[in-house]
Design a protein around this ligand. Structure first.
Ligand SMILES: O=P(O)(O)OC[C@@H](O)[C@@H](O)c1c[nH]c2ccccc12
Length: 401
């Protein structure tokens, strides 16, 4: 006997599959051939598939492989394995931190990391990252990420020139750059961050200046925070599901060492911990780091628990500009996008012609995320025709001089 939740699970799996392939005409025809119908609702960004018997469900599954690129619903095939990826990364980090401390203990005390740790508490509070993300209500900021691979995705892009990519992001309109510095899981290094920092300094004389940099790693000790600051980061990521009650201790250390933090949460309890710890910027990860499931609806619900002065960031699985507009209309201040931008950038790199080179698709994608289209607030005529259109609920005074 099948339980309701099993059915629901199967449905979610299919929805992930459908939304991944919905625009592929070939796929549509294959489904039609097997009498499987689906529809896409333009107003709610929802995809539905109609399956009236289990044979069809099996057929649907056999027609293609599952993928987690769907922005709305994702079901990873390994999510039932019970393996907790986060815990295994944290074990590895504990070893890395011990090695770093040992190395510093053997070096002279004027090592910049040791010196910064010694100056803990003497830094003025910073708000560069906060201000870069906080625009008027219903205006979106983009944090663009540099990420070569991930445990859930495998290879994403080789990113031979992280500095150059950060410039494309900046020119496209990104407000901040996130750099993954975990080598084993994500293929990034602190050296990438240093290069990005250097590249961003070229915008020093321009408004609003260099994009602040977020060190994206699994921070469990303040030595990593001092290390981030010395490499040029303005902010670090603190993951509540990794730190629990220690979130407060590390957040206070972040402020005391002159940095800011993006505090990442996945559920209501974690929102409470983040707020009680003094977080000012809270990221709601659409992707659960324990099993990699992605749910946009969940993130939208959680955001409603945040007080208005908190900068809210929707993280992960965002590739469709319409999803960015939806998140903006739902009140998110910023989105954090990695894979979609990296793959767009590398696609453009692969195009060899002289004329196509200058227009990088990552640039275009950021522009599209920031455009004023809206499904919720679009004027009804264009909305009826296209399901989207001009007319976002955006405050037009956001253009600064
Ligand atoms: O590549 P995506 O799906 O656009 O996701 C980016 C970012 O949200 C993701 O890299 C991320 C969010 N929180 C993290 C914590 C650790 C490592 C990575 C992450």
């Amino acid at each position: 006997m099948k339980r309701d939740s099993d059915e629901e699970e199967e449905m979610l799996t299919c929805l992930g599959f459908v939304s991944q392939h919905v625009s592929a005409v070939g796929c549509y025809h294959r489904w039609r051939k097997h009498n499987i119908s689906f529809c896409r609702s333009s107003s709610s960004l929802r995809y539905s598939v109609f399956i009236d018997n289990s044979k069809k469900l099996g057929k649907l599954r056999s027609l293609g492989r599952y993928s987690d690129t769907s922005p709305l619903v994702l079901k990873m095939s390994n999510s039932d394995s019970g393996e907790d990826i986060l815990q295994s990364i944290l074990k590895r980090k504990a070893v890395e931190v011990e090695q770093l401390k040992e190395k510093l203990a053997n070096e002279s005390s004027d090592n910049p990391i040791t010196s910064r740790l010694a100056m803990e508490g003497s830094f003025e509070p910073k708000d560069t990252f906060y201000c870069a993300l906080k625009k008027p209500n219903f205006t979106l900021s983009v944090i663009a990420e540099i990420k070569r691979k991930s445990p859930s995705k495998g290879h994403i892009g080789s990113i031979r020139d992280p500095a150059g990519l950060s410039r494309i992001y900046k020119e496209g309109g990104a407000s901040a750059i996130s750099v993954l510095t975990d080598l084993e899981g994500f293929g990034g290094t602190l050296d990438d961050l240093r290069k990005v920092y250097k590249a961003q300094q070229q915008y020093r004389e321009t408004y609003p200046g260099p994009a602040p940099i977020l060190r994206k790693d699994f921070i469990i000790d303040k030595v990593q925070i001092a290390e981030a600051a010395e490499a040029g980061a303005s902010a670090i990521l603190l993951i509540v599901s990794a730190l629990g009650k220690r979130t407060k201790e590390l957040l206070q250390a972040t402020y005391a060492l002159g940095l800011e933090a993006l505090v990442e949460v996945h559920n209501e309890d974690e929102v409470d911990i983040a707020l009680q710890s003094g977080a000012k910027i809270i990221g709601i990860n659409n992707r659960n780091l324990k099993n990699f499931e992605v749910s946009l609806e969940h993130a939208i619900k959680l955001r409603q628990l945040l007080p208005p002065e908190i900068v809210s960031v929707a993280e992960s699985g965002i590739s469709d500009p319409a999803v960015a507009w939806l998140l903006r209309d739902e009140g998110f201040n910023a989105i954090l996008v990695g894979e979609a931008l990296v793959t767009a950038a590398e696609r453009s790199e692969a195009v060899g012609t002289y004329y196509q080179k200058p227009v990088n698709q990552a640039y275009g994608l950021i522009r599209a995320f920031l455009s004023k289209s809206s499904r919720k607030y679009a004027n009804s005529a264009t909305a009826a025709l296209w399901g989207q259109g001009e007319g976002a609920k955006e405050f037009l005074g956001s253009i600064s001089i």
